[in-house]
Design a protein around this ligand. Structure first.
Ligand code: ATP
Length: 944
């Protein structure tokens, strides 16, 4: 139904190309259209109303309700037509022709999705008065601004992850970030220095970010995509923000003690109110929490990514940690699991409390499975109750709430004799909400229709007036139903029919041959080709009664429904608390199901050092037919230098140590035979040089930047995984950096460190540094360099087994063979390897396999040459077969020279200078660029 002040051509009527309004393709479709602005004085009332709304929401595309469609005009119409793939039509009135495109209201969500994906905010302008009752122009108002961070429509949200909108403020060096999930009302705020806040944002990954006025924060440097929104600077003002907050917290200063945080939080809530139609405080946002990120295990974006916690490199589902340990039964649990994995705990008692609960469920499979079965019937009541509070829930939502409440007694019964603290308090906190449950059960019919304005929603017996109206309606219909029989009898016309149509209402139809038998009280209503239709005064009276009663009943049902919904909304806090408990219970139960199903054990927390027996990688073990468990024992040393050929399992091993720790601190059991674990404060990763080329930085620069972060921030409670640090540059520089890094981590940081490297020379460090040790991955070699025509199978088998000591032999050639490198090349390479080995043996007879020792005697004329080694790691991150000691021994000699004492008679004065300078270097305080320049300078001096 369209306003009468113009004519529209819809798609099916075939619109011709509009003549004006959007000719300039560069115009942004948000904001007031130029053509309307310049015609302002002449516009029809409706377009003028549209223009006003566009001006009030300049950052958004206004979709304007016209009957059953949301319409956009001019530039916005062109964009909507293109993005939503709907036809561009036109609206024509006395003032001109305007491009127009619309999306059907019934199915609006599916059209909003492409608009959000394309980076638009959408302001929904609804008709806010009944078009039939309006005198003149129907009043419209923006009831909802849909933005990527504030969407509440279920269809547009992922059930398993929370969608946040965030706000950042700063005062001096203190930065605060607040984050709100508008779909559930979960609101959290924290503050720290800028790098930590950046980390925090990467954990939250808000889909939209408000940056307060004057905040020096580069959103481009964030590792995730977010929409940056300029919100009214006045909302960030301390007083305004405090005022906003006071609607959410009885005593804001007690909960959010810090002014920077209050400003972030207040401005954010102000923005959320704005997007929800500026209708005052959002009742369901009742949990504004302040938290301290230091009270959780810190995982920055690099760690989250390289450990594949939530996103796998392969992008296959099932390949992430979250997938591997997700046996949750409901969406509430799934979201909670993700948030626990994102923020593992650091407080031993809290971790053990979760472990106790998991242990109890592991031991009691029957009760556990009963609970899990019951939880499978739990709806997403967190988002549902938010819809109830916003007045957007329909009858089906309320029935879903009831279905959820129905399972609570079952869950409680299954938990009647639980003993662990966490389970006992969860059970006791489960509120059956009997009042809400019986209210909804009594009021709302099972299987109600989607629409709440067309009746069929409220149960009989709930409201007397409604029952009377429905009674009248029913009685009337019964009377009509019997009418046909009665009239046939009365008139003797056997073919007489009683029917109903929308336009004419009830009628009695008599075919033409029988018209002479029509009684006097029949009045003609309609003439058809072969028959006439009549009504009687009584039928008319009954019709009015039926239709009147039905209409009143529908309206009353809607009213009653809204009352019921409001009554439920009044209990929103209790529903949220229940959702909270069910979510937590679901995760603990899921942890136990995973532990039982996949042989996880309870880790012992609070150990001084990591000691894992038979550890497994939780994701890789599921994809591998025979996964080889490996120990990780750091009790005699905290820094492991790990060598081994490509594909032997180094990365998997390092990651599994981290994943075991993360799972343990999240409250889960771990994939191992036994584990004693310290409580980590942070996990750092520098993994996979070739995988992270992003943001226009060279791989090497990126690597150095990450390394700088690690060296700055790690503590002795941290876990550091370093995979081939230094390989992004020339061999000499790379080795020097790797070595210096290892020494620094060992001497200054003391963190538990796993360092996988192809620089064999680094294994010598383990001999020198008291807290370092070597690990290597073995392969079994059927026949070292056996005949090539022996086609019985590969010459090496990866054992994927870690062992003490450094790897001493290169299997790169065999790996090359397995990869299909032609036999002649493989054989030639073998000859080179043999030659090199013979050379090494003859030059240091009877020496150990330690390459550094082997090379000791040749240090005299050692001189580093960039990229001197054909088989070493190359600058472009090539993963060649490269764990062979360099064929050209000069680099090893050079690095040994680095360590030689100043009075080493063999070193040149320039070399001694350089060594001294390297020793003085403050690596942690050096930026990547400075490091590069320094290296360059040192190298130049040596070359001179
Ligand atoms: N413990 C294990 N048991 C069984 N299979 C394993 C094990 N560890 C690793 N694998 C398998 O071997 C493959 C290679 O492992 P990984 O990537 O850890 O090797 P890598 O030594 O780090 O190799 P590169 O040096 O090339 O990075 C994995 O994809 C996995 O399929």
């Amino acid at each position: 139904m369209h306003d009468a002040d113009g004519t529209e051509t819809r798609a099916d009527e075939g619109g011709e190309s509009p003549d004006a309004g959007a000719s300039d393709g560069n115009l942004r479709p948000e904001g007031p259209p130029q053509k309307l602005r310049s015609n302002r004085e002449e516009l029809t009332p409706m377009l003028s109303q549209y223009l006003d709304l566009c001006e009030a929401h300049p950052e958004a595309v206004v979709l304007f309700q016209v009957g059953d469609f949301y319409e956009a005009f001019c530039e916005a119409a062109e964009m909507v037509a293109r993005v939503c793939e709907v036809t561009l039509t036109k609206r024509e009135d006395s003032t001109g022709r305007y491009p127009m495109a619309g999306i059907p209201i019934d199915n609006a969500a599916s059209y909003l999705e492409p608009l959000l994906d394309a980076g638009y905010r959408v302001a929904i302008a609804d008709q806010v008065e009944d078009a039939e009752e309006a005198s003149g122009l129907v009043d419209r108002a923006v009831t909802n601004v849909v933005t990527p961070g504030t969407v509440v429509e279920d269809e547009l949200l992922d059930a398993a992850t929370a969608t946040y909108v965030g706000a950042v403020t700063s005062e001096g060096d203190t930065y605060a970030v607040a984050a709100l999930d508008v779909s559930t009302g979960d609101c959290q705020v924290t503050s720290a220095n800028r790098p930590r806040i950046a980390d925090e944002l990467e954990r939250l990954e808000p889909a939209e970010l408000l940056v307060g006025p004057g905040v020096d924060f580069d959103t481009d440097s964030l590792a995730f995509e977010t929409m940056v929104t300029d919100h009214d600077p006045a909302a960030f003002d301390a007083e305004a923000a405090a005022e906003t907050l006071s609607a959410y917290l009885a005593n804001p200063e007690a909960v959010v003690a810090d002014a920077t945080e209050r400003r972030a939080c207040g401005a954010l809530l102000d923005y959320a109110e704005y997007t929800q139609g500026n209708d005052g405080a959002l009742d369901y946002v009742s949990r504004v929490r302040r938290y301290d990120p230091r009270k959780t295990l810190q995982l920055d974006a690099t760690a989250l990514r390289s450990l594949e916690l939530f996103e796998s490199r392969s992008h296959r589902s099932g390949d992430t940690l979250a997938d591997a340990v997700d046996e949750t039964a409901c969406a509430l649990g799934r979201r909670r699991l993700v948030s626990w994995l994102r923020r593992p705990l650091v407080e031993r008692s809290a971790i053990e409390r979760r472990h106790d609960a998991v242990a109890e469920w592991v031991d009691r499979p029957m009760a556990r499975e009963t609970v899990r079965d019951a939880l499978a019937d739990v709806y997403d009541i967190e988002r549902l109750v938010a819809r109830v509070s916003r007045g957007r829930a329909n009858a089906r939502d309320l029935r879903s709430l009831k279905a959820t409440l129905d399972v609570v007694p079952e869950v409680k019964a299954a938990m009647s004799d639980v003993e662990s603290d966490a389970l006992v308090s969860l059970r006791d906190s489960l509120d059956e909400l009997e009042d809400v449950r019986s209210l909804v059960g009594d009021a709302v019919r099972p299987d109600p229709p989607q629409e709440i304005t067309e009746g069929g929603v409220i149960c009989e017996g709930f409201d007397d007036e409604l029952d009377d109206l429905r009674g009248t309606e029913r009685e009337g219909r019964e009377w009509v139903a019997d009418l046909e029989e009665r009239e046939r009898e009365r008139t003797g016309i056997d073919s007489l029919d009683v029917g109903y149509n929308q336009v004419h209402g009830y009628y009695i139809e008599v075919t033409n041959p029988n018209l002479d038998r029509v009684p006097d009280d029949y009045t003609r209503r309609q003439t058809l080709k072969n028959s006439e239709r009549f009504y009687t005064p009584e039928l008319k009276r009954r019709e009015d009664e039926i239709l009147g009663a039905a209409e009143k009943a529908d309206a009353l049902e809607y009213e009653v429904f809204c009352e019921v919904r409001d009554a439920v909304a009044a209990e929103a806090n209790r529903v949220q608390a229940l959702a909270d408990s069910l979510a937590e219970l679901d995760v603990l139960t899921s942890f136990a199901a995973v532990a039982a199903g996949h042989g996880y054990v309870r880790p012992e927390m609070g150990a001084a050092d990591v000691r894992i027996e038979g550890g497994r990688h939780p994701v890789v073990e599921r994809t591998q037919e025979e996964f080889v468990p490996n120990d990780a024992d750091f009790t005699d040393g905290r820094l492991a230098v790990i060598t081994g050929p490509n594909m032997s399992g180094k990365s998997t091993y390092m990651r599994q140590v981290a994943l075991v720790s993360i799972l343990a601190q999240a409250g889960s059991f771990v994939p191992a035979d036994a584990a004693e674990l310290p409580i980590l404060d942070r996990v750092f990763t520098r993994v996979g040089a070739s995988d992270d080329i992003a943001g226009g930085q060279s791989t090497f620069m990126r690597e150095m930047a990450e390394l700088t972060d690690i060296l700055h921030d790690a503590t002795e409670d941290s876990l550091i995984l370093l995979d081939e640090v230094g390989r992004g540059t020339s061999t000499a520089d790379g080795l020097a950096i790797a070595r210096a890094t290892t020494e620094f981590v060992h001497d200054e940081v003391g963190a538990t460190t796993l360092f996988a490297t192809h620089y064999h020379d680094l294994t010598a460090l383990a001999e020198e540094l008291p807290d370092a040790f070597n690990l290597h991955f073995t392969v079994s070699k059927r026949d070292d360099g056996g005949p090539l025509d022996d086609a019985d199978g590969p010459d090496v088998t990866f054992l994927h087994r870690v062992a003490a000591g450094a790897s001493s032999s290169s299997y790169g050639v065999e790996v090359a063979k397995m990869a299909g490198v032609p036999d002649t090349v493989v054989e030639r390479a073998r000859e080179y390897v043999r030659e090199a080995e013979r050379g090494a043996e003859s030059e240091s007879p009877g020496e150990s396999q330690n390459p550094a020792e082997r090379q000791e005697e040749e240090t005299t004329n050692g001189r580093a040459e960039d990229g001197a080694f054909g088989d070493g790691p190359s600058a472009n991150g090539d993963t060649g077969a490269d764990d062979e000691p360099p064929a050209d021994e000069t680099l090893a000699a050079y690095v040994d020279g680095l360590d030689a004492s100043d009075d080493d008679a063999d070193a040149t004065p320039a070399e001694r200078d350089v060594v001294a300078e390297i020793r003085e270097l403050d690596v942690a305080g050096t930026t990547p660029l400075e490091a590069l320049n320094t290296l360059n300078e040192l190298k130049r001096r040596l070359d001179d």
